[in-house]
Design a protein around this ligand. Structure first.
Ligand code: ATP
Ligand code: MG
Length: 259
């Protein structure tokens, strides 16, 4: 290794440009092949480094978000789900609602794509640079209750309060335990007008009073959540059972069956 090479490595390390440090020769060869001017070469090198930094940031943010699966907007078949307006979803994918701290709520029966769209919109928010955390309603409430019992509630609320977008999947699938509505209310208050929230539920908002087990707290929660909200109701048959139904393994859902 030449002295010049060593110094270059040190400079690029110090400037935190790892791609240029590791791939400088290859990138310069490529610039030569493309017959780039000096100015174009500098631009080409910087673009390569920025692209790599962006990819790393996105990969790390997706890991931190704890999505349960990989689901994308491209992978969502809008023709199979006519209750969803593709234009509205594309608009939400721009993530302005995340910047504004709004709430998005997907409500509907099982298998219609609520979690799929929640993950896909979470990924879009990450691409736009917003920190995101995905958690199931059950896990969230279990953690808040445990933290409350151990006198660490504030710390846990700060944890769930921190990401710019908090996705709560399957909210209200199980009724809240006594006191849980108060804990959830504290989280919602903490995040109110600070961060955005996306929730999926198989219950309509009107039924949330029962879910929370406390109509007064439910009203206070809904008042904050629905202040700036986009409620998307998805209807239809389960996509999970579609293929099976097509092959005759499963019959239509009960409401469509003539008895
Ligand atoms: N329109 C669609 N295009 C492509 N895949 C879909 C579509 N709708 C649902 N799916 C797929 O079907 C499966 C079930 O969808 P999803 O998990 O989003 O349902 P859900 O509405 O969250 O149901 P649940 O209330 O039971 O949680 C997932 O694997 C999802 O990727
Ligand atoms: Mg789901």
């Amino acid at each position: 290794m030449t002295f010049e090479h060593d110094e270059m490595q040190q400079l690029l390390t110090r400037l935190r440009l790892p791609l240029l440090r590791d791939q400088l020769d290859n990138l310069l060869d490529e610039a030569t092949r493309q017959d780039l001017t000096l100015r174009e070469t500098v631009q080409f090198l910087l673009q390569a480094e920025v692209r790599q930094k962006d990819q790393r940031r996105v990969a790390m943010a997706i890991k931190i978000a704890h999505f349960p699966a990989v689901r994308t907007l491209d992978g969502f078949d809008f023709k199979a789900q006519t209750a969803v307006d593709p234009k509205q979803i594309r608009e939400l994918a721009v993530s302005r609602w995340v910047a504004n701290g709004d709430t998005v709520l997907f409500q509907g029966p099982p298998g219609v794509g609520k979690t799929h769209l929640a993950i896909a919109l979470g990924r879009e928010a990450i691409f736009k640079g917003y920190s995101t955390l995905f958690v199931s309603g059950t896990k969230l409430l279990t953690e808040l209750s445990a933290a409350h019992a151990e006198g660490r509630l504030n710390e846990r609320i700060r944890h769930f309060g921190k990401p710019k977008l908090l996705i709560i999947d399957e909210l209200g699938y199980l009724p809240f335990e006594a006191n849980a509505a108060h804990l959830f209310f504290q989280l919602v208050s903490y995040r109110y007008e600070r961060g955005a929230m996306l929730a999926t539920s198989n219950r309509a908002v009107g039924e949330w009073g029962h879910v929370f087990g406390d109509p007064v707290v439910a009203t206070a929660i809904l008042d904050r959540l629905l202040h700036h909200s986009h409620i998307i109701t998805i209807r239809g048959d389960s996509y999970r059972l579609r293929k099976k139904r097509q092959s005759g393994l499963v019959r239509k859902t009960p409401e469509h069956v003539n008895v």
